[in-house]
Design a binder for this molecule. Structure first.
Ligand code: TRP
Length: 345
């Protein structure tokens, strides 16, 4: 590996705190992913040095068709860009383009107790569903720790389901620091801080999910205006006719959270605006607000998704910057572990 020469890392000014987050390349992002995650990342870009990874190496821990993986990786990037992740301000990369994540994962894995990996609830859940479990699935959380530590991230926005993996990343950072010498920040998880909890439109007691078999339950960020309106008008509501958030009115409460999040309006203000107007008028207004927010996203997505050359360039430029940081970390780690430095590097 080569150490960056144009810049002395030790002399680098103390910069903004580092945010890193990654997502597996799944096909389409839904409104819950957007409002709960991507829209928050979008807002972090000015205050933090942001790294956003599309983790294609994690994706193959469960068998995946090569053509599907390639298509989903581009689709994931195009949706991030359409949602406002900006390559001029952030480093956006494909995990497999950066040499170093898997190498750091190797070193971290040698410090990681096997039992801690075997006890991971996500491993157990996923393994149960597989006929044959690859060793990569067990190693998944170690690679995730490497994704985070290689950029010395301070803050990692993730979903609630990643809590246990984040604990492991912190444990491994501490263990490395203790075993060798202080090297890594102990990354903080930022779990669903400001994200609205968006529920299924057909069952407002369950989270909105892309694996919901009911096509009316989930709004995708690249749905057309007609699709969005149809889904919202068909949303399950509650008895009564009052537009008010209440535990016994989960359907209306969900539509209110959606409206509030997409239009950046307090719930109380929306309730006041719709006092005495009934569900029909309210639903049309929710549809208008969601369409107003998502339509520019879909339009941009459609421009980008066929422009593979443009997407490749974004990946290339993101990788160049990320690789410089990764190289510095890995060089330091290899030196501390006692690997002989390769000649001429
Ligand atoms: N495991 C994460 C998920 O499924 C994805 C991920 C991989 C990740 N590496 C990461 C998230 C590093 C945050 C930081 O959501």
């Amino acid at each position: 590996m080569s150490i960056v020469t144009e810049q002395n890392p030790d002399a680098a000014p103390v910069a903004k705190p580092v945010v890193l987050t990654c997502a597996q390349p799944t096909g389409r992002l839904h409104l819950g992913n957007y409002l709960g995650a991507v829209a928050n990342w979008e807002r972090m870009q000015d205050d933090y040095e942001c790294y956003f990874g599309v983790v294609d190496q994690h994706a193959i821990t469960i068998p995946k068709q090569p053509a599907t993986l390639r298509r989903d990786t581009y689709a994931c990037l195009a949706q991030y860009l359409a949602a406002g992740i900006d390559p001029a301000r952030s480093h956006i990369f494909a995990q497999s383009h950066i040499h170093g994540h898997t190498e750091l994962a190797w070193v971290l894995g040698c410090l990681c107790p096997l039992g801690q990996l075997e006890r991971m609830t996500q491993f157990k859940d996923k393994a149960r569903k597989q006929e044959s479990v690859g060793a990569g699935l067990l190693y998944y959380p170690v690679l995730m720790a490497a994704d985070i530590l290689i950029y010395n991230a301070n803050l990692v926005p993730v979903g609630e389901d990643q809590r246990q993996h984040m604990e492991l990343a912190r444990d491994l950072a501490e263990k490395f620091n203790r075993t060798y010498s202080p090297t890594f920040n102990i990354p903080e998880a930022s779990i669903g801080v400001s994200g609205a909890r968006i529920m299924s439109l057909q069952n407002p007691n369950a989270k909105m999910s892309k694996s919901d078999p009911d096509p009316l339950a989930t709004i995708y960020i690249i749905d057309t205006p007609n699709e969005i309106r149809k889904k919202i008008l068909a949303a399950v509501t509650d008895s009564g006719s009052e537009v008010r958030a209440a535990p016994e009115k989960p359907g209306i409460t969900n539509l209110l959270s959606i409206f509030s999040a997409v239009a950046a309006l307090p719930t109380a203000e929306i309730e006041a605006n719709f006092a005495g107007k009934g569900y029909g008028v309210f639903k049309q207004a929710v549809a208008d607000a969601v369409i107003a927010r998502l339509d520019p996203v879909r339009t941009r997505y459609e421009e980008l998704i066929h422009d593979t050359a443009r997407l490749d360039t974004v990946f290339k430029e993101g990788a160049a910057a990320a690789q410089r940081t990764a190289n510095r970390t890995l060089a330091k780690v290899h030196r501390k572990v006692g690997f002989v430095q390769p000649m001429g590097k």
